[in-house]
Design a protein around this ligand. Structure first.
Ligand SMILES: *Cc1c(COP(=O)(O)O)cnc(C)c1O
Length: 338
C-alpha cells in the first residue's frame, strides 16, 4: 500500500462524507440561496463566536481576501518570513492588494510582541503605513509549531495600541487547538479575521472559511466574486465541510501521535541532520551531505513512501486522515530497513 505523506491535502472523502455530500440540499450560492453553504457559514461563525463567515474554494483565497479587507494599496503587511501568505500564495499580497511586506524572523514561524513593536513603521511620510499583522497557527514551514495563547494576546496588545488589525491564517488552527486548551471562541475574540481550511487535516475535498464581522464578510463577498470564487450549487462541497467540522476534529490527536512516531524514526536515520520539533502533524527534516534530497525522495518513493521536497536538503511529511495505524506500522518497518 502506498504511503502518501506529501501533505494533509491528499485525503479523499470517506464513504460517509460522500453520502452526506450527495444528500445536501443546494441552490445558487451566488444568489445566496444555497441552504447548505449558508448552514456551514453560520456554523463556522457560531463556532468562533463571530457574526459571519464566507465559504471559499481555497485558503489562499480566504487569506488574500482578508489582506484586501484590511489594507489599501501602498500599505504594509507584517508577517513571519515563513508565512504561507508570503511564500506560497503566488505573490498574492502584491498581486491582489499592492502592499509591501515586513518579514519577521520568528521562531519556526512564530514571532513575538516585541518583534511586532519594532516592525511597526513610524507614522511619517517616509514609511509605508503598517496596516495588518498576520499570524499563522500552526506554522506550516515551521514544522507545525503552534503559538502559546499568551504570546498571541501580547501581540494583540501591541496591535491594539497601534490600531492595527490582526488576521490569522488558521489553515491548521484545529491542530493547534488539539495541543492547547483554548477554544475557537477565544481565537474569535483575539483576531479581526480568521481563515480555516476544511481540506487539510479535517479531510474535506475542497474549501476554506473566512470568519469575522458582518461588515468584513459582506465586503469579502464582493472580493470573492471579483476573484472568481463565487460558486453556484456549492452546497455539495459545503456539506463535506459540515461533516468535517462535526466528525474530524477530535481525531487530529491520532495524526499528532503518528507524526511524533514518524519524526522519531526519521531522526534515527544516519543521513538525517536535524528534525524540527514535531509539535502537531508536520515533520520537517534536513539531510546531511551524504545523500541528495532528490535521491532520498526517489529512494523513499521506490519503497512506496511519498514525501515533499521543502527547500534545500529539506523534506516535509504530513500525517492525515488517510494515514492509518497500518500505514504507520508499514512506514516504521520500511524506514528501519533503509
Ligand atoms: C494550505 C495552507 C493554506 C491554504 O492553501 P490552499 O491550498 O490555497 O487551500 C494557507 N495557509 C497555510 C499555512 C496552509 O498550509
Amino acid at each position: 500500500m502506498l504511503i502518501d505523506l506529501r501533505s494533509d491535502t491528499v485525503t479523499r472523502p470517506t464513504e460517509e462524507m460522500l453520502k452526506y455530500m450527495m444528500q445536501a440540499p443546494v441552490g445558487d450560492d451566488v444568489l445566496g440561496e444555497d441552504p447548505t453553504v449558508n448552514a456551514l457559514e453560520q456554523m463556522a461563525a457560531n463556532l468562533f463566536g463571530r457574526e459571519a463567515a464566507i465559504f471559499c474554494p481555497s485558503g489562499t483565497m480566504t487569506n488574500q481576501i482578508a489582506i484586501k479587507l484590511h489594507t489599501q494599496p501602498g500599505d504594509e503587511v507584517i508577517c513571519d518570513r515563513m508565512a504561507h501568505i508570503y511564500n506560497f500564495e503566488g505573490g498574492g499580497i502584491a498581486f491582489n492588494s499592492s502592499c509591501s511586506v515586513r518579514l519577521l524572523n520568528g521562531d519556526n514561524g512564530r514571532f513575538t510582541a516585541e518583534q511586532v513593536r519594532e516592525a511597526i513603521n513610524p507614522d511619517n511620510i517616509h514609511h509605508a503605513p503598517s496596516k495588518l499583522i498576520a499570524l499563522e497557527n500552526t506554522c506550516n514551514k515551521g514544522g507545525g509549531a503552534y503559538y502559546s495563547f499568551s504570546d498571541i494576546l501580547a501581540i494583540k496588545a501591541v496591535a491594539h495600541e497601534g490600531g492595527i488589525p490582526m488576521h490569522l491564517d488558521g489553515a491548521r488552527l484545529f491542530n493547534a487547538l488539539e495541543e492547547t486548551c483554548e477554544t475557537p471562541v477565544e481565537y474569535g475574540l483575539a483576531f479581526d479575521t480568521i481563515s480555516i481550511c476544511l481540506s487539510k487535516g479535517l479531510g474535506a475535498p475542497v474549501g476554506s472559511l473566512l470568519i469575522g464581522s458582518m461588515e468584513h464578510i459582506k465586503k469579502a463577498r464582493r472580493y470573492r466574486k471579483v476573484m472568481g470564487g463565487a460558486m453556484r450549487q456549492a452546497g455539495y462541497l459545503a456539506a463535506a465541510g459540515i461533516y468535517a467540522l462535526e466528525n474530524n476534529i477530535a481525531r487530529l490527536a491520532d495524526d499528532h501521535r503518528r507524526a511524533k512516531a514518524v519524526g522519531e524514526a526519521i531522526g534515527k536515520l544516519p543521513c538525517v541532520k536535524r528534525v524540527l520539533p514535531v509539535d502537531s502533524n508536520i515533520i520537517i527534516f534536513t539531510l546531511d551531505s551524504s545523500v541528495l534530497d532528490i535521491n532520498f525522495l526517489k529512494q523513499l518513493k521506490s519503497k512506496g513512501i511519498l514525501a515533499s521536497g521543502f527547500g534545500p536538503q529539506t523534506i516535509r511529511m504530513v500525517t492525515h486522515l488517510d494515514f492509518t495505524e497500518a500505514h504507520l506500522n508499514q512506514f516504521l518497518s520500511t524506514i528501519r530497513q533503509l
